[in-house]
Design a protein around this ligand. Structure first.
Ligand code: X8Z
Ligand code: ZN
Length: 628
């Protein structure tokens, strides 16, 4: 997605909009914004006399009005380029990106004049939100920044692996299918390497982009872009980094138990020459291009007893479920909670299937074009269990957009970006066997003995992603701070994969990549410059939300058996939080739904507690069998 570090609070496109991120938390923006910034800008704060409160309020009104128009224009331009990647559409998107960057920078500087005035909570928050942005005062640098951003997303969207032996070129979607379905290590390695090699082509552009982005962050007084990103959480940036580490340490033992179990089962499937008994495991064996979720290798990992026989992908394929039907299933979940049906224009304007005749950015995204009812998704939907979940995820963004549309423009955003990512996933946690039975996708009654299988399947996405989601931005923070230099992009990326995920670069050569390699750039969010810490937060928050909503629904059994499908009382509780947008610091939004005011791993750990006991038991047995 085209992030927009520009007009912070009015993300035309969310899903992935870093803009969104920037708009968030309004931490102690004044504290971070050191006074070096205005030195370069004409509209410096120092020159002006102390402004009056009335002037500040007028400024906010005007700014919110101006941003509305600009954001809509930019969202349209970005929609067009993401749906038709050509040199011309890229240039158009870059043009609007540049305008928006300029306007956001000007507004941020102007907002600074009002820091310290007694404006009341809401307006003071708006002023802080406005300052969570980049500012590039030099027009050429602004143009270069916007062009680099458009070119990087385009390059990712157009990339293809073309085998040297003349077989047809393969886009990412086809390579992902090989990763998901093949069990031949050589084929897996070819697909993995074929895709990862693509990113070297745009590494130079990314290096330039990082420099420009940092320049923009520094003009606003942030240490670098990473510090700006970490400032979006209603707390000082250093504190946020510590919070992330605290949360990771909380859930690490569960990940380690899953990783150990996966090792034994992969070793049994691929043999000891491919999967070692100790040390990092080659990354191409986990069923996913980035090894971030492992659902696709469930057949290799499923328990001997209690695996459950239901295979959603098989059912969806057998029913020839269309992309539209998949989306209707998801809509049906939200309406069962008392939420409205999607607007007619959603169906007319969304892109739900991969077009055959042109390049599009297939990475799923949700869009709010006009901050009102013009909401859309863009996703190349396949009839798979994985996409069934992703479509619920995307509609979570869409229902959030719709819920906060009556907030003032600067508050039309998630409580923080982790909240935005967590809503659809919270709903998807209620996709249980009992739910499938209810909506007729499953014909038999759910097998009460299949709990561990269901929990394991869920853990392969929700637990497996934790170290990935934590470490992507840990790596990027070092890139932005300059601690990691371009020649070390690959080596530090793989050191980080090994340290947090227990995985290594596949293949025998280049264990740590090469000095001109850019394996990190093979992950969408890196060239698209979408911050990733949000997914780590979302992974924890969704279990806190799920637990709270299940309680609201009066459910008292184990968390993994709860589905809030059809429960309007739970729906109202969720909707009330969504409607707040980002009008309050996020702990207040969290309190409104769950009574808690800290993001915490305990709900996730509670949900998976029966699985953890089972994994520990399995690992003891498997370790003794395999001589570990
Ligand atoms: O990018 C996404 C969504 C759109 S916000 C499809 N996700 C992350 C990813 O694919 O890497 C969802 C979970 C993690
Ligand atoms: Zn998302």
């Amino acid at each position: 997605m085209k992030p927009k570090p520009l007009l912070p609070a009015i993300p035309p496109v969310v899903l992935i909009v870093p803009l969104v991120l920037l708009a968030l938390g309004a931490g102690p923006a004044q504290a971070q914004a050191k006074p070096n910034a205005p030195a370069k800008a004409k509209a410096g704060a120092k020159a002006a006399a102390k402004p009056a409160v009335a002037e500040a309020k007028r400024f906010l009104l005007q700014t919110e009005r101006q941003f509305g128009r600009l954001n809509t224009d930019q969202a349209r331009a970005e929609w067009v380029v993401a749906n038709f990647i050509t040199d011309d559409t890229e240039a158009i998107a870059a043009y609007f990106g540049e305008l928006q960057l300029d306007a956001a920078g000007q507004a941020a500087l102007a907002a600074r004049r009002f820091n310290g005035l007694n404006l009341g909570d809401a307006d003071a928050r708006k002023m802080k939100l406005l300052q969570l942005t980049l500012m590039l005062s030099n027009p050429k640098e602004r143009a270069d920044y916007a062009a680099a951003r458009a070119a990087l997303t385009g390059a990712y969207g157009k990339a293809r692996y073309c085998p040297a032996d003349g077989r047809p070129c393969m886009p990412l979607g086809e390579l992902e299918k090989i990763l998901a379905n093949s069990r031949d290590p050589a084929k897996l390695l070819e697909a993995w390497t074929g895709w990862h090699a693509q990113a070297s082509a745009y590494k130079g552009r990314y290096v330039d982009f990082v420099q420009l982005s940092n320049k923009g962050a520094r003009e606003m007084g942030y240490a670098d872009t990473g510090a700006l990103w970490r400032s979006g959480y209603d707390m000082p940036p250093d504190e946020f980094a510590l919070e992330m580490e605290r949360l990771w340490l909380q859930v690490k033992p569960l990940y380690e138990a899953l990783h150990e179990y996966a090792r034994y089962r992969l070793r049994a499937a691929y043999g000891p020459d491919v999967v070692p008994l100790t040390g990092p495991i080659p990354a191409h064996l986990f069923g996913n291009m980035w090894s971030q979720t492992w659902d696709n290798i469930y057949p290799l990992l499923k328990p001997a007893k209690g695996a459950g026989g239901f295979d959603l992908t098989r059912v969806l394929e057998k029913n020839r479920t269309t992309p539209r039907r998949m989306t209707e299933y998801a809509e049906g979940f939200y309406t069962s909670l008392g939420m409205p049906k999607l607007p007619a224009t959603f169906w007319e304007r969304s892109l739900l299937a991969k077009p055959r005749d042109r390049d599009v950015v297939c990475h799923a995204s949700a869009w709010s074009i006009d901050a009102r009812d013009d909401v859309r998704i863009k996703m190349c939907i396949n009839p798979t269990g994985e996409d069934f979940t992703v479509i619920h995820h995307e509609l979570g963004h869409v229902y959030y957009f719709l819920a906060y549309q009556d907030q003032p423009a600067l508050f039309r955003n998630g409580a923080n970006d982790g909240f935005h990512e967590a809503i659809g996933d919270t709903v998807a946690l209620s996709i249980t066997p009992a739910y499938f039975r209810k909506i007729g996708l499953m014909k038999e009654d759910p097998d009460p003995g299949a709990d561990i299988g269901e929990l394991l399947r869920r853990a392969l996405s929700k637990v497996a992603i934790l170290p990935f989601a934590y470490s992507v931005d840990k790596w990027r923070w070092d890139v932005y701070s300059g601690k990691t230099q371009p020649a070390d992009y690959d080596s530090t990326w793989w050191q980080s994969r090994e340290q947090y995920m227990g995985m290594r670069r596949p293949g025998t050569a280049q264990r740590f990549g090469s000095s001109d390699g850019f394996d990190a750039g093979a992950k969408y969010h890196v060239p698209a410059d979408v911050p990733y810490a949000r997914y780590f937060l979302a992974d924890l928050l969704q279990f806190q939300f799920h637990r709270a909503l299940c309680r609201e629904a009066g459910f008292t059994g184990p968390l993994h058996q709860c589905s809030i499908y059809g429960n309007e009382k739970a729906g109202r509780k969720l909707q009330a939080m969504l409607e707040l947008g980002t009008s309050k610091p996020w702990p207040e939004a969290l309190r409104a739904i769950s009574g808690e005011d800290r993001i915490d791993g305990n709900a996730l750990l509670e949900y998976f507690a029966p699985l953890k006991t089972w994994l520990d038991g399995q690992n003891r047995v498997l370790a003794s069998q395999q001589g570990g």
